[in-house]
Design a protein around this ligand. Structure first.
Ligand code: CP3
Length: 344
């Protein structure tokens, strides 16, 4: 049997002498080749739904840097669109969606059984990627976590404090929970289809998990992640799941045990030493270099990268950023980070 791919080995709990690397938003606007392909597609959503071009931008950072994993090029907001929400992107501002604040808004959503009519091109991108990726590169599929997706569906846009979603939770808990349940079921189907098309790992992005406190964190971050992971594992027992409850703080402790995920992705608000002692004790972790180093570079980038690798060297670790790389990052700094990890 051929040696397993590096990321799959880390996810299975192996401690590797050189940890594998990929980066959130590794296909993105900091790369000139991404901007060229996006211009060819017309706009961001047209790029997401064009399997040939979406596969092309997924492959670009693999060709340039030889990352250990590729992440499917798509977006967490495609699922709401498949459920019937209107979705568009305002240049320089971000996503806009039709809002869900009343029972009547919710009743207009489509059943989960109908999402593939919109999402089929995404599965086609996955199939193309499995054909075209180098043998050693792992393909990661993904979806948003129900809470994070709901924050966009309720507010109709990104919000600094997720206030509209918190308000609906407090004012109409039944509707809020019905929405979360619909997203949870949709996510299970969406991720399963990505796996059937060839995704080897799936990641659940809960970018706004940090704004859920106490019992709300249990009910709306932990519990949906557990439910999705259990359903995926029941259908596809060999597919590892990465959870990313961003800015969970103490909520990172025990997250893997409580949800069944194989790896916890960490943002950079927690120190690597703390996370090694409190999170990595339960298994693989991913992270957690501040993405600002990709803009500023210099010796601080090298020192911080090495410090993170060292802090996590006693257990399974996948090197990544604490959040996505930003459009103002210098592509040469990405190479410097990779060289620092691989000891060149
Ligand atoms: O990581 C990757 O390279 C894979 C593709 C990917 C994208 N979005 C492409 C994208 C992934 C995994 C996502 C996840 C995503 N999308 C999240 C969770 C992770 C996170 O960042 O917290 C969220 C919250 C979204 C929703 C979203 N999509 C927002 C808020 C925005 C606008 C902000 C921005 O960066 O412009 C997007 C747009 C988006 N998604 C871009 C990319 C490459 C930029 C679009 C462009 O090319 O103009």
């Amino acid at each position: 049997m051929a040696a397993a791919k590096t990321i799959l080995r880390s996810l299975a709990g192996e401690t590797l002498p050189t940890p594998p690397i990929w980066m959130m938003r590794q296909a993105g606007r900091y790369l000139p080749e991404y901007k060229a392909t996006r211009a060819q597609a017309g706009d961001f959503l047209s790029l997401c739904y064009n399997p040939e071009l979406a596969a092309e931008v997924t492959l670009q950072p693999i060709r340039r840097y030889g990352f250990d994993a590729a992440i499917l090029f798509a977006d967490i907001l495609l699922l709401p669109q498949a459920l019937g929400a209107d979705l568009w992107f305002v240049t320089g501002e971000g996503p806009r969606l039709s809002t869900i604040t009343t029972q009547a808004d919710f009743d207009k959503l489509k059943p989960v059984g109908e999402i593939d009519a919109v999402l089929n091109p995404i599965y086609e991108t996955v199939r193309i990627l499995r054909q075209e990726l180098p043998q050693e590169t792992t393909l990661i599929g993904f979806a948003g976590a129900p809470w994070t997706v709901a924050t966009y569906m309720i507010a109709g846009r990104g919000t600094p404090d997720q206030a509209p979603a918190h308000a609906l939770k407090d004012e109409n808990r039944e509707l809020f929970e019905a929405l979360l349940a619909r997203i949870t079921q949709g996510t299970i189907e969406y991720l399963s289809k990505q796996i059937e098309a060839g995704a080897e790992v799936v990641k659940i992005f809960d970018s706004w998990a940090g704004s859920l406190k106490g019992a709300d964190f249990q009910k709306y971050a932990l519990e949906p992640a557990r439910e999705i992971t259990a359903a995926i594992k029941a259908r596809h027992p060999d597919i590892p799941v990465i959870g990313f409850p961003r800015e969970a703080g103490d909520g990172y402790i025990g997250f893997a045990k409580a949800t069944g995920v194989d790896c916890v992705a960490l943002d950079n608000s927690v120190s690597a030493d703390w996370a090694a002692a409190n999170v990595q004790v339960d298994g693989c972790v991913q992270g957690n270099l501040a993405s600002s180093h990709m803009v500023t570079g210099g010796q601080a980038l090298i020192d911080e990268t090495r410090a993170i690798v060292k802090a996590f060297s006693g257990g399974p670790h996948i090197v990544n950023l604490g959040h996505g790389i930003t459009p103002d990052a210098d592509p040469d700094n990405v190479q410097r980070m990779i060289d620092a990890v691989r000891g060149q």
